[in-house]
Design a protein around this ligand. Structure first.
Ligand SMILES: [Zn+2]
Length: 261
């Protein structure tokens, strides 16, 4: 693979924003690799490190497999475009409403992943949502919000209701719509979506098996979810993204580092 020249930094851009743009573009490329993209729709976003009221979002009409650091558009929480480096910079209103609602309500959230995979949408349509059927699902045990469907999220008022539905949880299922994960970093939100996506796939397989199924008992589920998220030492730090995100980026760097431009 030929070497790729990283995105030209504009003079006003901090090193932290540059790194964030590269990380966010990587998330789109990886999500597409895992089959999470849906034509040119849905969004992955990140809060700008130099201004908590600004965030980066993917523009209209760009496939996730062609996303680059410089195509990402900087918008503010009111929906105004702040900066466009490349492309026409058009941002759909629905993406802005969902993501700005979460960023405004959760100052510790720096990245949001929202995807429409078949299994994620299927679980969003189940009355009882995600079930504690497997270890992947237990990441979200007592840590999942549910948001009733209101149609396409075009109404700014829905931001308040979205934030209330998410609460302090690390993920939310927008019912009859699709899941969403949040994180303190792009890597954390991405890896949480990986586990949630796997949990949804497994749940739909279990349901399709037409065999009796077993739910993990509540006390065991609570014990396990704590084991998975509380770091004990460096080798057993299983917090989402700590070990996975650098490894995932190496995959892109090896095969196609053009996301960095
Ligand atoms: Zn959606």
């Amino acid at each position: 693979m030929a070497s790729v020249v990283p995105m030209n930094k504009h003079s006003a851009m901090s090193d932290a924003e540059h790194a964030l743009r590269v990380d966010l573009a990587a998330a789109f490329r990886l999500a597409d690799r895992f089959g999470w993209s849906q034509l040119v729709w849905n969004h992955i976003t990140a809060r700008c490190p130099d201004n908590p009221n600004h965030f980066l979002i993917n523009p209209m009409g760009i496939r996730w497999d062609e996303m680059t650091a410089s195509l990402l558009v900087k918008v503010d929480v009111e929906g105004n475009t702040v900066e466009v480096l490349d492309g026409d910079g058009l941002v759909p209103k629905a993406g802005f409403v969902i993501h700005s609602g979460v960023f405004e309500a959760r100052p510790n959230v720096n990245a949001i992943v929202h995807t429409h995979t078949n299994d994620g949408v299927a679980v969003s349509a189940l009355k009882d949502g995600l079930q504690p059927l497997c270890m992947e699902a237990l990441f979200f045990y007592n840590n999942m919000g549910y948001h009733p469907f209101e149609g396409t999220s075009m109404d700014n008022d829905e931001r308040t209701r979205l934030a209330k539905s998410l609460g302090s949880h690390k993920a939310m299922i927008m019912q009859n719509h699709a899941p969403l994960t949040v994180g303190g970093s792009v890597g954390e939100a991405f890896v949480l979506m990986y586990w949630l996506q796997r949990a949804c796939e497994i749940q739909m397989k279990v349901l399709a098996s037409n065999m009796p199924w077993t739910i993990v008992p509540a006390d065991v589920a609570e014990h396990y979810s704590k084991q998975e998220t509380e770091p004990r030492d460096i080798t057993e730090d299983f917090r989402p993204g700590v070990h996975e995100w650098p490894a995932l980026k190496r995959l892109l760097d090896r095969d196609d580092p053009s996301y960095m431009v």
